[in-house]
Design a protein around this ligand. Sequence first.
Ligand code: GDP
Ligand code: MG
Length: 441
Amino acid sequence: LSDKLQNIFKNLRKKGKLTEEDVKSALKEVKLALLEADVSFKVVKSFMKDVQDRAVGADVMNGLNPGQMVIKIVSDELTSLMGSEMVDLKLNPQTSMTVIMMMGLNGAGKTTTSAKLAAKLKSRGYRPLLAGLDIYRPAAVKQLQVNAEKIGIDVYWDDKHEFLPPDIAKNAVGYAQQNGYNIVILDTAGRLQIDKDMMDELHEIKEKVTVDDSILVVDAMTGQDAVNVASAFEEKVGIDGVILTKLDGDTRGGVALSIRATVGKPILYVGMGEKLDDLQQFYPDRMASRILGMGDVMTLIEKAQQNVNEEQARAMEQKLRKASFGFDDYLASMDQMKKMGGMKSVLSMIPGVSTSQMSQFEDAIDEKAMARTEAIIYSMTPKERSNPDILTPSRRARVAKGAGVSIDEVNRLCRQFEQSRKLMKQYGNMLKGGKKRRGFG
Ligand code: GDP
Ligand code: MG
């Protein structure tokens, strides 16, 4: 899906002006791309209608070109389809009990995700207890125990094999109440496919204990099937939220789209790997960007549009694409960043930028620091500015002397520059529709 859309939008971006025909054919391509990605036909249809309704007659405003306008509309609609707002689990106060029931087909990722969730809640100050309810597969409880041990979480299970899952659930909650836990996560048994026994069992669990969150775990790789699964669970048991797993694989962002649109339940988290800390909050806007494969480029465009004239931006984009980013550009970009609301707000829109990377830049934009930075850069020869890699220690010493600063300061600026060049490259790749879309969630 992403590759396809990226191509479409790459073409749109290249065009200065867009005719109505262009818009129409672009939307036709979007439709095909979504269908190819297993987004359910119904969802695609309503999505196309929303986009068309908004696109037709919409002003191309704020100095955007028509292509950017279409990108904005498509991206907005994708986001709103997936829920606009981030949603979390419904958790009771820590002084009382919260019961979370994990459900889904075999292999969806219930056991792994149960442990991931427990770890996350533990780090938020809760005392979670995991309960092994999959009594049908021999190694199921063992798997839960192995995971739980890695993260220091206790597991309740029916070690004497006396009870069926609904009663095990009840006993687990009783045990939790007596032993100072405030969350119980029920790792239920799945089946290979939608199955009456499974649904009945889940139903019975809900009758025996008060379940606060019935969470459906869905493998994001299952495509169109996921929608049928979600609909069945919603109808038979009821769903409070969805967790999509295996989004680290060759993912179909389309699943998020159609599940949200079909069952109307929020996606809370996404699984991004097999490790127990690979669970991330679901952000609809980021997911939309991911599906479109371009980060929050639209927001960037919007902000930049207000303050930076188009030629300047285009020249910068050219540089980013070629990644021929030198100290002169660094100065210019610092200036632009200032106009755009600070480096931090700009960096936060680039996928894959970590908080620690961001904090390195916080002081870089400070007025005084900027004056020193300018002094340092102006003490470089033009050749050094455009090709910072040639800045050997002896050259750095010369620059430091010229600018009246310490060598340490020059070194720090060089490091900062390197970081920023890396980020710019990342951003440049993103503009190119590069494949490095790491920073999801
Ligand atoms: P269950 O049958 O629903 O309990 O599923 P499991 O928790 O046993 O997971 C099935 C397989 O999927 C295991 O090999 C997990 O390691 C793997 N898995 C679960 N979540 C993820 C994920 O987010 N990413 C990846 N790559 N693998 C996952
Ligand atoms: Mg399991």
